[in-house]
Design a protein around this ligand. Structure first.
Ligand SMILES: [Zn+2]
Length: 240
């Protein structure tokens, strides 16, 4: 096997041990609960502002509708008293119509006010939910913060040892290759570099099971490290 490939494969072996420890922390109840609470608390003010804006729009519309109703009520009263003193039929009909359309407008606005009240109730419910959730998440943060830290601390020594080991191995590996490896390392999926059996007629990527083209197969056979064209994992030919 090419020396560079061998070194990278060795590196991956050690890196895998580090990954196991990282996963133990990442997937732990302590970490999940702590990070969920942290994320919630970091966005709760935005959620609160959004609710406040929503409430303001409703209150403004409500006040506007109330003012409008007051005006219309006055108009209705005026029309009504005018009706009493009307002398001609035409005049009477005009004010009757005016009175009726004012009453209809009031009734429309009252409907609007009803639905605004309902909207406001919903916003208040959301406020309450948010308040309860915030209290819960604060407690969760306070409980799991120290637990998460303790778990991390308990792995620290072992992780640092592995990191030192990896740094040493890294110094001896082609930087271009290392860069390719590190980019994939962030995906949190292992392995990153795969040995491929190229002794068979059809050769498949061990990571994503895509069949390789003849040219890819030939490149691997020449001892190069290649990226799978489908899943971008690093591949090298296993020696048989
Ligand atoms: Zn693949």
């Amino acid at each position: 096997m090419d020396k560079n490939i061998e070194k990278l494969v060795n590196y991956q072996e050690v890196d895998k041990e580090l990954k196991v420890l990282e996963d133990e922390v990442r997937k732990s109840d302590e970490s999940q609960k702590y990070l969920t609470a942290k994320k919630f608390l970091s966005t709760v003010n935005d959620s609160l502002s959004a609710l406040e804006s929503k409430a303001k729009v409703i209150v403004d519309s409500y006040n506007l509708a109330m003012t409008e109703i007051e005006k219309l009520k006055k108009t209705a009263e005026e029309s009504s008293s005018t009706i009493d003193s009307c002398e001609s039929e035409n005049e009477l009909n005009y004010f009757k119509k005016k009175f009726q359309s004012t009453i209809d407008a009031i009734s429309n606005l009252e409907g609007k006010i009803n639905s605004l009240s309902k909207e406001m109730d919903d916003v208040l419910k959301e406020f309450n939910k948010l308040r309860v959730a915030t209290k819960q998440m604060k407690a969760q943060y306070e409980e799991y913060g120290p637990k998460f830290k303790a778990l991390k601390d308990s792995k620290d020594a072992e992780m640092n040892k592995l990191k030192v080991k990896l740094e040493k191995l890294k110094a001896d590996i082609d930087p271009v290759l290392m860069e390719k490896y590190q980019t994939r390392r962030n995906d949190k999926k292992f392995p990153i570099i795969y040995g491929v059996d190229i002794s068979t007629n059809s050769v498949y990527c061990p990571a994503c099971a895509t069949e390789m083209s003849l040219s890819q197969k030939n490149e691997l056979a020449s001892g190069e490290i290649k990226e799978c064209e489908t899943c971008r994992k690093l591949l090298y030919a296993l020696e048989k």
